[in-house]
Each structure stands twice: as structure tokens, then as C-alpha cells.
Design a binder for this molecule. Structure first.
Ligand SMILES: *Cc1c(COP(=O)(O)O)cnc(C)c1O
Length: 355
């Protein structure tokens, strides 16, 4: 593997108003790219001005969807910044790569690419409360042939986007509809991989929900359409009768790093956390008889997002009076406190970079 060649932009962009960022709308001045082929391995590691990427019209990704990605964040500190569990993201990226026959990324290349790029665009890390620099690494199969076979050539890219709140609602409870027509993933498929194809399959249900003013859909398992899996881009947790229940990782659920971190925090607080199958009937019953105390989604983009309404087969179930639950708020404060460097990182989750 070679060093990273750096070509700085000659026309730096004007920075957006950090108080009006939204999610994924602005991009920094530079991006990282690297190419892979079987003969040379990873090569031509480079940071160049943020721009379009030329692509062959027969490129594998355009026809057969060979694409995986990650989502992580960098948080501004007094003397630099920190990323949250970036090696967990690398492990997942390589698991996704294995599933889609894309090449693995070595740890030194991952960390070197991330830190070199972020250091160069450090003035883009927003400093207002609730903001961060969203990091989007992604990789796609780039063979110049229409033949269907495992990937021989790939491109790895990292782009950066300063972000505020994921949901326009902020930390207010979101409305979620339980989807009973489309399915996102099945066991043996790619549900556990963070790949673009899973999202392509989810867009129609998302669109239907949006038309009704609902933020996201909650997926049921692809075979029986009975068990709760996860929300669009978040894992999901329920507090029922004091116990925390989250769907177990069956292979069709994305293994979230926020999920994993929340489970650790909740166990430390003394909660019983059960990773198990939970059926939609069990959930509806708990909502009806008042034992469903709180519900929330977990994911890097939204961190911890309270659920205020669940819609299922024409019924509207209100959760915690459509207010943020006590435990949901506590989890949000604790996790973001660690991420923003305001609470001691006793787990060694943060990867600090001084600049
Ligand atoms: C990325 C993602 C999540 C959340 O994972 P985190 O590591 O917590 O960000 C959950 N579900 C899906 C489908 C995802 O793509």
C-alpha cells in the first residue's frame, strides 16, 4: 500500500451556516479515493477536491448493485476531534465486503484515510451543540463488463458532511409505521450487510409512509412477517414492564454500533436487556395494556430517537404519551455526552485525534 497523494482544492467552498445544517446536504472540500484490482491490491490512494466520480457505463455497481457503505461521526473537541468506535465500523464494513464479494480494507489504510481527510477538512467539523461531521465511507464494484461474477475491481471513497439533526423534528418523538407488505431483508440475504441494495428495496415502503406524514417504517421479518426487525436506518428498542427488549441479530437485522453501545450502557445501569424475537402482536398487546413504557430507535445518524406513534394495520398506538421517555432521554444524554467529550469515556470507545 502506498502513501496518500494529496491534491488540495484551489477553490475552497463557503461553509454553510452551522445552525442550519440538516442531514447530508453539504459536503466538505475534499474526498478520499482508492482503487483495487487483484494484481495491485489497493493502490492510487488519493485525496482530491470534492467532485463527480467518472464511472464506466458497464461498471458492476450500476447494473448489479455491488455497493456497501458505512456511517460514522467525528465530534469537535477543544484540541482536535474524536470518532466514535471507528474500528467497529471497519469490522462491519469488512463483513459487508465479504457478503458482497468486495475486497477487505486493512486497518492502517482505514485509519490513515479517515484522519488524513478529516485533518485536511478540519474547519468543516461544526462546533454547535447537536452537530458533528458525518463520515460516509463507501465501496463499489467497478469491473468494466456486463458479465455477472464476483468483483475484481473496486473503488473505495470517503466523503464528509457537516450535519445537525437527522430528523427535522429534532429530539421530538417520531411516527413509525409497521410495514406489512414489503420486506427489507431475509435470512441468507444481505440484511446484516450495510449495502445500498437493502435501501433500494426499502424505498417504496418509505415513500408510502412519507405520503402519510410518517418518518420511517418498522420492518417485520421477511418470512412470517411476524417478528419486529428494525426501523429504516435504525435498530429498535422497547421498554416493556421495566425490561429492555431489542430484536436479536438473526442475519436479516443490521448489527448497529449504537445498538451495541446502548445495550452495554443499559446493562451497566442494571437493566435487564433481552435480545430476542419479539412479535408485532406482543408489541401491540403491550401498547394496548399500557406495559409498553418507551420505544426508541438507535443509529449513528439520529443517535437515540424516541418513537411517539406506532401505526399497524389501521391502528395508531401512542407510546409514552408521544413524549420522549425518561430512559430514552437518559440514553441520548449519556451517549452524546461521551461522543461530544463531555462525559468520561470509560469504555475506550472514542478515537481521539489532536490537531
Ligand atoms: C446503519 C444502520 C443502522 C444503525 O447502525 P449504527 O452502527 O448504529 O449507525 C441500523 N439499521 C440499518 C438498516 C442501517 O443501515
Amino acid at each position: 500500500m502506498s502513501d496518500i497523494r494529496i491534491e488540495k482544492t484551489k477553490t475552497p467552498k463557503e461553509k454553510p451556516d452551522f445552525s442550519k445544517l440538516g442531514f447530508g446536504k453539504f459536503f466538505t472540500d475534499h474526498m478520499f479515493l482508492a482503487d483495487f484490482n487483484e494484481k495491485d491490491g489497493w493502490h492510487d490512494l488519493r485525496i482530491v477536491p470534492f467532485d463527480f466520480i467518472p464511472i464506466h457505463p458497464a461498471s458492476t455497481v450500476l447494473h448489479y448493485g455491488a455497493e456497501i457503505f458505512e456511517g460514522m461521526k467525528a465530534y469537535k473537541l477543544e484540541d482536535g476531534y474524536q470518532m466514535f468506535r471507528p474500528l467497529e465500523n471497519l469490522a462491519r464494513m469488512n463483513n459487508s465486503a465479504e457478503r458482497l464479494c468486495l475486497p477487505f480494507i486493512p486497518e492502517d489504510m482505514w485509519l490513515n484515510a479517515l484522519t488524513t481527510l478529516i485533518n485536511l477538512d478540519k474547519d468543516w467539523i461544526p462546533n454547535l451543540p447537536g452537530t458533528s461531521l458525518y463520515i460516509r465511507p463507501f465501496m463499489f464494484g467497478n469491473d468494466e463488463t456486463l458479465g455477472v461474477h464476483a468483483v475484481h475491481r473496486a473503488t473505495f471513497v470517503i466523503i464528509l458532511s457537516p450535519v445537525g439533526n437527522y430528523y427535522a423534528e429534532g429530539l421530538n418523538p417520531v411516527k413509525i409505521s409497521i410495514e406489512n407488505q414489503d420486506v427489507r431483508a431475509v435470512r441468507g440475504g444481505t440484511g446484516y450487510a450495510k449495502c445500498g441494495g437493502n435501501y433500494a428495496a426499502s424505498l417504496r415502503a418509505g415513500k408510502r409512509a412519507e405520503e402519510k406524514g410518517i418518518s420511517q417504517v418498522l420492518w417485520l421479518d421477511g418470512v412470517e412477517r411476524k417478528y419486529i426487525e428494525e426501523v429504516g436506518s435504525m435498530n429498535v428498542m422497547f421498554k416493556i414492564n421495566g425490561e429492555i427488549i431489542t430484536p436479536k441479530l438473526t442475519g436479516s437485522v443490521l448489527p448497529g454500533i449504537t445498538r451495541k453501545s446502548c445495550i452495554e450502557l443499559l446493562k451497566e445501569k442494571g437493566y435487564k436487556v433481552s435480545e430476542r424475537l419479539i412479535s408485532v402482536e406482543e408489541l401491540a398487546k403491550a401498547a394496548e395494556n399500557g406495559t409498553l413504557e418507551e420505544a426508541w430507535g438507535t443509529g449513528t445518524a439520529a443517535v437515540v430517537s424516541p418513537i411517539g406513534h406506532l401505526y399497524y394495520e389501521g391502528k395508531d398506538y401512542t407510546v409514552s404519551d408521544n413524549k420522549i421517555g425518561t430512559l430514552t432521554a437518559e440514553l441520548y444524554d449519556e451517549l452524546t455526552g461521551i461522543q461530544w467529550g463531555k462525559i468520561a469515556d470509560t469504555h475506550g470507545w472514542c478515537y481521539k485525534v489532536k490537531i
